[in-house]
Design a protein around this ligand. Sequence first.
Ligand code: HEC
Length: 653
Amino acid sequence: MTKSKMFMAGAATAALLALGYVGFASVSGAALAAGDAQPMAKRVDNFRLASADLNGAYELYRMSDASAVVFLTQANGCAASAGAAQDLAKLKTAYAGKGAEFLMLNSNLKDTVDAMAAEQAKGSIPILMDRNQLAGESLNVTKSGEAIVINPKTWQIVYRGAVPTAAQLDDIVAGKAVKVAAKASGGCTIDFPARAKMADFTKISYAKEVAPIIEAKCINCHQAGSIGPMELTSYDKVKGFAPMIREVVRTSRMPPYMADPSVGHFQRDERLSPEQVKTLVHWIEAGAPRGDGADPLAAVKHVAPDWPLGKPDIILDIPAYTIPASGVVDYQRPWIKNPLTEARWLRASTIKVGARQGVHHILTGYLKDVPTGNQANESQWGSSTGKYAVGAESEINPKDIGVYLPAGGAIGFQNHYTPYGKEAVDKSQIGLYFYPKGETPSMVMHNSPIVNANIEIPPGEERYKQQAYLVFPKDALLYSAFPHAHYRGESSKLEIIYPNGERKVLLSLPKYDFNWQRDYDFAEPVKIPAGSKLLATYTYNNSKRNPANPDPKRTVPWGDQSFDEMLFTYLRYRWTDETSAKPVDYDIALKNSGMLGMFDTNLDGKIQESELTGPIGRQMKPAFAMLDANKDGALDPAEMAKMNQGGGRQARN
Ligand code: HEC
């Protein structure tokens, strides 16, 4: 490095520190306490990170009611880190009941998700995956095996060093000075390649690096006529919102594509890679410099199209509905006559929502018989003609796959309206796109949900797990999954369990977001061999830490309304041996397997009496001995099928 370059590097670092964005230069040494003569420690910015088991995300600022948030920096294969993890586990036990949070933070780029998950499985403390290293950067992490205690009242770091004892943690929480042996120095160095180049953040090119990310991942929604509250269509606009952009990408709120970046490849993938998050955040931390080159965003006129897939072949008006200003609106189930005079194959559909704020979801389906009353229940629907839930986009069938839509009959709707403070008339529309007349796609798309209508979520629980599965009776290809829960939905995961017992995560939403529900379309359809289970695992946050929770004191059952809950992962798939010329009918068998999948928590393919929990399980329990015809102590699929035929309570929604 030449002298002048060194000077510039130093100046840039100083500028960053002055901006107040970077780290805790003032916080160092073995132990800090509020009483010490410390320069004001900076507030730790919020971050949200997924845990390595992919069963949820942890957001720092959600823990504001904790007495302390204790992080331990962790790295696999480091003896000091493993030893400190044991100390942390002991501390957690010793400190039980005192309202502190204990978490590990892995900022080590060398550790894979699988390796971190295996490590987490050894203990009971979540390992948070800091794959873009921004949390580690802001906590000034340099090595593993170091404890960092944050005071949730000020969000300042009040301690760093070896894992304290319970008595020492009491002192730290009380703001007293503590002395801890400096044994934390034994940790292993964690490499932060980007931080080492902090002086170069000012050189991140807006034109070449930042604008292309905004163009690819943000502009769709943040342009005139689209759903975002502001436009991000020029340098000045991006710079104007820079601090907010930093906040929303650090906490994974934007882009609202909730799939964890470490799982799966998807079409229409709006996720930012860890590198892209870093580029945006570091550029903003360097003051969002304009740099050289023309502004690529300003060079094009960005206006959202009326219909994102172009002009539909037909547009259906969903019957208008006046959403009241307040109260709870029952699901509306209107229908209209099917305008088709000849059968067509559906290629895609888009629902254009009218009163966006007040429309929670719209489901649509074909009805063979024109209903006699003014309501039509979805139990009579045949194929789906499209769906929308807050945040969703168009439903697109892959090449040469279609949904058959006969002529005549009717199109039914299931509309869920959520009042939002002022009366509004919703006039939503559906745009349908067909294969050209006379053209028959050779393959047929089906859909079925993984459902658990037996869920029951106790009050106050923060990460309450519920699951359900379907068993595919024949080979199939899975094209997309659409997870759905209500306000208490915290995370959602979809796994395949192959007939040989191997498991693989297909989709993980570490933070389920009620406001952003959509299809996750696999880049390549997922092969589902006959006999595989598709397992959906959800966690629910029924605590006061969930700001959207309508009532943390209530035991929450399954229900249509958003104050009740759902476990509902909608799958689109096709049967491998089916062609449009040779239809098959395996959907009944598939759906029936869901009765088993709702109760079978130990995944052994049968229902033991102890698995009959929840509202439906309790009803079945007295009949267990009678249902268990072969007296082997478990209900197998054949015994369950008998119960269904015998008019046992059906758990379909
Ligand atoms: C699918 C549409 C969509 C995409 C893609 C999207 N946004 Fe947004 N964004 C929205 C909507 C709608 C809101 C307002 C509602 C909300 O905050 O959830 C919003 C809000 C925001 C806010 C304001 C948050 C607040 O607190 O009010 C920021 C900043 C933002 N987006 C930045 C981005 C950036 C940066 C990207 C790309 C990396 C992006 N958005 C991608 C739709 C989108």
